[in-house]
Design a protein around this ligand. Structure first.
Ligand code: F6P
Length: 530
């Protein structure tokens, strides 16, 4: 508690201190950058100084982050509202050490499943299958969809498509133009009960039957619920199971990543796991000051809980990472969007921030106006590679990098009223009009950002980046005293949707519903095509 207070006091004392003033220390960039392997995380363009950083590290120590991290990797049941271990890290564990859950080593089964996935992927890649349709939602969609898009240059397998929305438009648009005889459908659902996924899976099966395909050989399932996959009619040889200690939004490392493995091959998928494992190893071993996930989390705590900035923008200057903000949105908001602490008492402070963003440079021409001149401060998390995959288009990549760095520079430096006046003067304005126009051209600056740089977006690097953010979410969750691994907040809407379905279908009356919901249903039914 004392450390929280100390940090709040520091924030008040800092007041309007320009971030730029911190650069009077010639070592600022070096001492506020963390490097692990080829990757560097620069948080020098924030208003965190060495004293603040020491307090933030003390906060993590007081919260017991190191012990809880070890407990997570060890397989302790840290998801205690569901009585589960949290072991997505075991899926990418590349050493021989056992990982114990309830007295049994989970590694042999993980290795066995990975081998079965590799054999199946090779078989599909060598077959006549031209297209793979992954049907899933949330963590059973966003991870593989994001990673398949990110690793397009490594893609040498069949085309991959992703269907998530229960809106029939999604599956109709996806199946249109596909050949049912050469399409593999993967039903990805941890629970195998999710209404969107099961509805889409049944529609896909009917389509396949109607168009001459064979669901018996052209359907695979990824799930923890093997009884339900069998009831759906999927042969056990085409079912890839995992355990309940893999959370949906953390599941891309195992069977849920099958479409990625089919796209880039088992070798590429292994490199993806290697990158994540390297980040795990770093997270477990590095001292807080040198620990990338830890410092990324502490910067997040500083901006959100101490400075009160309610959102943060994820801004990859990498077109192939355009789904990464969506992926991080689920990862962070489903994990840390909680109102009570582990013991059930209300959180005394705001919990996870709103996470959003888009790939640069596109975002610059859409929402950066507000980031630069709006009244709210939005900490920005930039990321950019030293190299693209198109050597013949290196000039594009140089422009991309220049834009990324220009944005963080502009956010920090801003443009003063004096500078704005000078610009207007040079344009020939004077008097009241000069004053009025100059105000519109002021950038207050002093807006914080961080930048993650890496060599090239290959499978290994993507694994590192995702694991980095997973651990960041974990550290923030521990400091906030919340359970990052349940998601009860999605339940109520699901229950109400189930109860509304017969009302919408017209087989039950809207009696008992609030008048807003009842009249909306009335409108929608009255306007329905006969
Ligand atoms: O894989 P499933 O069981 O279909 O669940 C899909 C998604 O639904 C959620 O449970 C939330 O609705 C996510 O956590 C999960 O990723």
């Amino acid at each position: 508690m004392q450390t929280w207070d100390k940090l709040h006091t520091r924030f008040e004392a800092i007041g309007e201190r320009p971030i730029l003033a911190l650069f009077e220390d010639a070592t600022r960039a070096k001492s506020f950058t963390i490097q692990t392997q080829d990757m560097a995380f620069d948080y020098a363009k924030t208003n965190i100084d060495a004293d603040t950083r020491a307090d933030l590290i003390a906060l993590a120590e007081e919260a017991g982050v190191a012990d809880k991290r070890d407990a997570m990797f060890r397989g302790d049941k840290i998801n205690d509202t569901e009585g589960r271990a949290v072991l997505h890290t075991a899926l990418r564990n590349r050493d021989d050490a056992p990982v114990m859950v309830d007295g049994a080593d989970v590694m042999p089964a993980i290795r066995d499943t990975l081998k079965r996935m590799a054999d199946f992927s090779d078989h599909i890649r060598d077959s006549d299958i031209t297209d793979v349709v992954n049907i899933g939602i949330g963590g059973s969609d966003l991870g593989p969809a994001m990673a398949v898009a990110a690793l397009a240059p490594y893609h040498d397998g069949p085309r991959c498509h992703f269907v998530s929305n229960v809106d029939g438009a999604h599956i109709a648009d996806t199946l249109r133009g596909l050949d049912a005889k050469t399409t593999l459908v993967i039903v990805a659902s941890k629970t195998f009960t999710t209404i969107e996924t099961m509805t889409n899976a049944r529609t896909a099966r009917a389509w396949m039957v109607d168009h001459g395909g064979n669901p018996a050989t052209q359907f695979a399932a990824l799930s923890t619920a093997e009884d339900k996959t069998a009831a759906f009619g999927i042969a056990p040889a085409q079912v890839f199971g995992f355990e309940d200690w893999v959370g949906g939004r953390y599941s891309v490392w195992g069977p849920i990543g099958l479409s990625l493995m089919i796209a880039i091959g088992p070798k590429g998928f292994n490199a993806f796991l290697d990158g994540a494992f390297a980040m795990d190893t770093h997270f477990r071993a590095a001292e807080p000051l040198e620990n990338m996930p830890m410092m990324l989390a502490l910067v997040g705590i500083w901006h959100n809980q101490i400075c009160g900035h309610a959102t943060r923008a994820v801004l990859p200057y990498d077109e192939r990472l355009s789904l990464l903000p969506d992926y991080f949105q689920q990862l962070e908001m489903e994990s840390n969007g909680k109102r009570v602490q582990m013991d059930g008492t209300a959180s005394p402070r705001d919990t996870g921030p709103v996470v959003w963003g888009a790939a640069g440079t596109n975002g610059q021409h859409a929402f950066y106006q507000l980031i630069h001149q709006g009244t709210r401060v939005i900490p920005c998390e930039f990321m950019v590679a030293a190299n693209g995959h198109e050597p013949e288009l290196a000039h594009h990549h140089h422009l991309l990098i220049a834009n990324c760095l220009a944005q963080s520079e502009a956010l920090m430096q801003g443009r003063s009223l004096a500078q704005a006046r000078k610009i207007m003067q040079d344009k020939g304005l004077s008097g009241d009009e000069l004053e009025r126009q100059a105000q519109h051209r002021v950038f207050v600056g002093n807006r914080p950002s961080t930048t993650l740089v890496y060599d090239r977006l290959d499978p290994y690097t993507l694994g590192q980046i995702i694991a980095l953010y997973e651990h960041r979410v974990f550290v923030e969750g521990v400091i906030l005293g919340i359970n990052s691994y349940d998601q009860w907040g999605v339940e109520l809407g699901k229950e109400l949707a189930t109860s509304l379905q017969p009302v919408v279908e017209g087989t039950q009356s809207a009696e008992g519903k609030d008048s807003s919901t009842a009249s909306l249903i009335d409108y929608l039914i009255r306007h329905r095509d006969a």
